[in-house]
Design a protein around this ligand. Sequence first.
Ligand code: PXG
Length: 289
Amino acid sequence: MKIWLDGELVDESQAKISVFDHGLLYGDGVFEGLRFYNRRIFRLEEHIRRLFDSAKAIVLEIPWTQEEICEFTRETVRANALDDGYVRLVVTRGSGELGLNPYLCPKPSMFIIASTIKLYPEEKYREGMALATCATRRPAPAALMPQVKSLNYLNNIMAKVEAIQAGALEGIMLNEQGYVAECTGDNVFVIRDGKMITPPVSDGALDGITRQVILELAPSLGIEVTEKSVTRYDLFTADEVFLTGSAAEVIPASSLDRRTIGSGSMGPWTEKFIAAFRELTRTTGTPVD
Ligand SMILES: Cc1ncc(COP(=O)(O)O)c(CNc2cccc(C(=O)O)c2)c1O
């Protein structure tokens, strides 16, 4: 596999970063996860724009332009001869003294991995997957901005551990007030009586690119969608719940905390969104070649 690392395409055996890199030492950095389908990268520009927004929020100056990074990403996919797959793009603060001070890191480091990803088994896209409410909450914006896609994923990982230990595949994360923010690695949508709601990003969610696609698709599918605070009650009493993310795409939830949601498998609206999303990924995206 070829890895793009600080301007060079290197073999994965040569793709190494310093033990003094603050991305490793402190989680000081940002990242993006993108999908490519049939040699086209889905929503590339939107992802790279969010990468720059995340970097700006943590005072990390990326030493390339958005256009250059789009090109590096295309180059990395091309170099790995994959038609479909997943891109992980990471920008760290770079190497520096062992102290926290980011201003002692002279140059950020960036690497791009183009590989495959299989997050959930195919049958879960029909049967839906079990969710559990996590004890670990999404951080308050004043603590750690949830909209920043940073390398600080311990909050998400601890929540993921709780979901798995509860026998679920994914976990619902609440915010400080107890409203549903999102899942550990996906946004969430709730359908009841032909209407759809999703938590506003300000309730502690990442501003998901896939979430944005669903908001754009809703009118054409004939369903009204409102961004409003969501409670666990809304999930328990929903007709349908589905999750969205670049890795998971659009996937139904079958239960929450062992309460069946709706029919307990993929519902009709979720089926429509999965079909429309897959059509978009099949027919749009930035060509790699
Ligand atoms: C916390 C969080 N919320 C929502 C999403 C969905 O955002 P996009 O629609 O832009 O992809 C994400 C991104 N989802 C994500 C990121 C990194 C790893 C994994 C994993 O499950 O291994 C998942 C995420 O990490």
